[in-house]
Design a protein around this ligand. Structure first.
Ligand code: PLP
Ligand code: COI
Length: 354
C-alpha cells in the first residue's frame, strides 16, 4: 500500500521519562486514512500531529460510532524497538468494527501501517524502566449527516504517546471497589467491543469509587449483578486455593490480550486455570475464609497490577496483606521480560521494528 509521509518541520523535544504518566505527551506525527463505502480505504498518510477538523454533524459526535485499540512498543536493552502481539489488536479491532458497523481493515494492511508508523516514530520509545510507547489506533464514523444508520464514511487514526505506569501506584497493589449499582455491559450489547461508549458509561461509577479512594471499579454482570466481569481498564484474575480463576468471555467483557497472554504463561508453567463464572458470593466466601490468596488485573496500560484491597457494600477486604503475591509477581516478571526483550519469547508474540 502507499502511505504518503509528510514530516513535521520542527520536531518536539522528547519528555523526561520521570514525568511521563499515561497518555499526556504525544509524538511528532500521526497516521490517518479515510474510508468510503464505495471507494473503500483511501488516502493513507502520516502527517504532523495536529488537531482533527470534523463537520459538526459528523456521526461520531452524535451517535458514538467509535472504536479504539491500545498496544505498546518497547525499547530493548540493545536499542531495538518491538511490539507485543499487534496482530491480536488488529483482529480485535476488526471484531469491534463488525459490532459497530464500522469498516474493517485487512490484517496485512493494518500490520503494514503499524510497522511504518512505529518505525517512523521509534525514537520516541523511551528506555527507562517500565516505560514504553503506547499506540492508540481509533476508528470513527464520519458521515456529514444526522441520519442513524451504518456509516458510509469513516476515518482511521493512530496516535502515539510515550508512557510510564498507568496507576500512580506503579506495581504496588491498587484498591478496587465492587460496583453493585451501575453496570458496564450486557450480553448482546457492546461489552466485548472496544468502543468509546463503554467507557463513557463507566465514568459515573468510576467517579464514585475515586471519591472513596479506590482506583477503579470491578463490574458485576449486567443481568443478575451476581457474576464478576472485569475492572474499568483491565481484566481480572483470582488465585483461589491453587486454582487461577478468571471470568469466562461471555460477550460482555473485553477479551484482553494481556488476559490471553497471562493464561498461556500460567498454563505453560503448570498452573490450573479456569475460565468460568465466578459469583460475588463465591468471591466473598473466599475472601472471608482466607482461600483467596491473590488478585490482580491485567491489561496493556495496567500491565499486571496486584489488587491489595476489594470493597463490596462498604466492607473492606484486604488481599494478601496488601502485598504483591508470588503468582502475580511471576506473571509481571514473565510478561514484562518478554515485552522488553529481557527473556526469550518462546511464544512468538514479538514483532521487531526495522
Ligand atoms: N478490559 C477493559 C475494559 C480494558 O479497557 C482493557 C484495556 O485494553 C482490558 C480489559 C485489557 O485488554 P488488553 O490486555 O488487550 O489491553
Ligand atoms: C489499554 O490498556 O490499552 C486500555 O485501553 C485501557 C485504557 C482505557 C486506558
Amino acid at each position: 500500500m502507499e502511505i504518503k509521509i509528510t514530516k513535521a518541520e520542527v520536531l518536539k523535544e522528547k519528555p523526561d521519562s520521570a514525568t511521563l504518566g499515561f497518555g499526556k505527551k504525544f509524538t511528532d506525527h500521526m497516521f490517518m486514512m479515510d474510508w468510503n463505502s464505495e471507494k473503500g480505504w483511501y488516502n493513507a498518510r502520516i502527517v504532523p500531529f495536529e488537531n482533527i477538523s470534523l463537520h459538526p454533524a459528523s456521526t461520531v459526535l452524535h451517535y458514538g460510532s467509535e472504536i479504539f485499540e491500545g498496544l505498546k512498543a518497547y525499547r530493548r536493552a540493545d536499542g531495538k524497538v518491538q511490539m507485543f502481539r499487534p496482530i491480536e489488536n488488529i483482529r480485535r479491532m476488526n471484531r469491534s468494527a463488525e459490532r459497530l458497523c464500522l469498516p474493517q481493515i485487512p490484517e496485512d494492511m493494518a500490520m503494514e501501517i503499524f510497522e511504518t508508523f512505529v518505525s517512523l516514530e521509534q525514537d520516541w520509545t523511551p528506555s527507562a524502566e517500565g516505560t514504553s510507547l503506547y499506540l492508540r489506533p481509533f476508528l470513527f464514523g464520519n458521515d456529514e449527516s444526522l441520519g442513524v444508520h451504518a456509516v458510509h464514511n469513516a476515518t482511521y487514526v493512530i496516535i502515539a504517546s510515550p508512557v510510564g505506569s498507568y496507576y500512580a501506584e506503579g506495581i504496588n497493589p491498587v484498591k478496587i471497589m465492587i460496583e453493585d449499582e451501575d453496570v458496564r455491559a450486557v450480553r448482546g450489547g457492546t461489552g466485548y467491543a472496544k468502543c468509546g461508549g463503554n467507557y463513557a458509561a463507566s465514568n459515573r461509577a468510576g467517579e464514585r469509587a475515586a471519591q472513596k479512594g479506590y482506583s477503579q471499579v470491578l463490574w458485576l454482570d449486567g443481568v443478575e449483578r451476581k457474576y464478576i466481569e472485569e475492572v474499568g481498564a483491565m481484566n481480572v484474575m483470582f488465585k483461589i486455593g491453587d486454582e487461577i480463576v478468571t471470568p469466562m468471555l461471555s460477550g460482555s467483557i473485553l477479551p484482553g490480550i494481556t488476559r490471553m497472554s497471562c493464561i498461556e504463561v500460567l498454563k505453560s508453567k503448570g498452573y490450573k486455570v479456569s475460565e468460568r463464572l465466578l459469583s460475588i458470593d463465591e468471591l466473598a466466601e473466599a475472601l472471608q475464609n482466607g482461600t483467596l490468596k491473590e488478585a490482580w488485573g491485567c491489561g496493556t496500560a495496567a500491565v499486571v497490577s496486584p489488587i491489595g484491597e476489594l470493597c463490596y457494600k462498604d466492607v473492606k477486604y484486604p488481599i494478601n496483606n496488601g502485598e504483591i503475591g508470588e503468582t502475580t509477581q511471576m506473571l509481571y516478571d514473565t510478561l514484562t521480560g518478554i515485552q522488553w526483550g529481557r527473556i526469550e519469547d518462546t511464544f512468538g508474540w514479538i514483532k521487531e521494528i526495522k
